[in-house]
Design a protein around this ligand. Structure first.
Ligand code: MN
Length: 281
């Protein structure tokens, strides 16, 4: 077993998006523009409706996938192809924007805690113009693997103990685990050596080895990019801790970003803007 070391530590940056939603941008900011195939990671957590009530009114996407995972609160999504639904606590929406979709993502609540994440996962150039698709799974359909002092919600991928998440995406083969650790608990998990991977701390404090061989501590809202290896070894401090462990197969293709569109070339991004303006989504 070759354990992956923390290669780079990123602290999420407070920002505002949508119609005025306060969030923490972890991937997709100057310190970490992307981690192939991951293009963006936003975390939102607030019990103040002023921070989230404006939501994300209708906006387009093309060329990648958006994955919304809610821990607390409810979000209603609605798109121009007639899909509509509410993501409930513990539920996930895995949207393949493909050739283009116009959707809104609005809090389905007037007050209370809203907490969750949105991850953007790239699509290979040959599949960016596929028809839009959804994989939606409520909390009950996401399996929880129990280990000593540990609970792992498996959203996507297969754990070393064989628990399989409900989402399927062979193009990037993503692993998406929500890991809850009791104080002082070690968590060891195998990861595909070819995947890029990161750990993001939701709560508590987690130690892992850095490239110098020292144990370093990651705190809430920090992300560690994991170096090469086929396993990860983490240990919670004296606090209960919760983290996301995410990995995926890099696409190794050029990335051209233009707001809500992520293509391979600038010309394709311009085409996306003009297709959207012309109502061709
Ligand atoms: Mn969106």
């Amino acid at each position: 077993m070759n354990t992956r070391k923390a290669q780079q530590v990123i602290t999420g940056q407070a920002t505002t998006d949508g119609a005025g939603v306060d969030l923490v941008r972890v991937i997709g900011q100057p310190a970490l523009m992307d981690l192939d195939p991951f293009l963006l990671l936003d975390a939102f957590r607030s019990d103040n409706p002023d921070d989230y009530i404006a939501g994300f009114p209708p906006h387009p996407h093309r060329g990648f996938e958006t994955v919304t995972y809610l821990l607390n609160g409810r979000m209603r999504h609605k798109d121009n192809t007639g899909n509509e639904g509410v993501i409930e606590p513990g539920g996930i929406q895995w949207m393949t924007a493909g050739s283009g979709i116009v959707h809104s993502e609005m809090p389905e609540q007037q007050d209370g805690l809203l907490e969750g994440f949105q991850l953007w996962i790239n699509l290979p150039g040959a599949r960016k113009m596929d028809r839009p698709a959804y994989q939606e799974h409520d909390a009950a359909s996401i399996p929880t693997e129990t280990r000593e002092g540990t609970k792992v919600k498996v959203i996507s991928g297969v754990t070393s103990r064989g628990t399989t998440g409900p989402v399927s995406q062979p193009l990037t083969d993503p692993v998406y685990l929500d890991v809850m650790l009791q104080p002082g608990t070690e968590f060891i998990e195998s990861l595909d050596a070819d995947h890029n991977a990161f750990v993001y701390i939701i709560n508590g404090e987690v130690a892992l080895e850095d490239t110098e061989g020292n144990q370093m501590k990651l705190a809430r809202d920090q992300l560690a990019v994991l170096g090469k290896g086929d396993a990860v070894a983490l240990k919670s401090s004296d606090q209960e801790s919760r983290l996301l462990l995410v990995a995926g197969k890099p696409l190794n293709e050029p990335v051209a970003r233009g707001g809500p569109f992520v293509m391979n070339t600038e010309a394709e991004v311009r085409q996306a803007f003009s297709d959207y303006r012309d109502g061709n989504f």
